[in-house]
Design a binder for this molecule. Sequence first.
Ligand code: NI
Length: 143
Amino acid sequence: MSKKEGVTRFSVSAEKSLMRQYDQLRKKQGYKNRSLAVADMMRDRLVEHRQTAGDYDAAGTVTLVYDHHASLIQQTLTALQHDFTGMIVSTLHVHLDHHNCLEVIVLKSKASAIKKLADRLIGTKGVKHGKLSLTTTGVDLPA
Ligand code: NI
């Protein structure tokens, strides 16, 4: 290991077949070198860990697909969102077709609070598919 201008170099051992497959994926994903790809993996692991450990400031998006004809769903989802205006940054509504709506709700709060509201939104009767994507606010995460 050597240190130079804030950068640490280290060597990693991996099975040849693993390295070959990973290099193919890395190139497909547009990473010019292994360092950039590994740094992204490290950041991803840090974000993932923080998501499950403790209460911290986070951001996230909840994506919902539902049939707006389903009874009370629109009212339920709207009421829920009016109860949590403090953490809802923005909402995007797309009319997918005659029946189906797609809604993306952007949230910024403590991770646990985001998870809790996401569970309620996704668990609302009539929601066909719901997904929370929890991420970092970017603060405390080195570039
Ligand atoms: Ni709609």
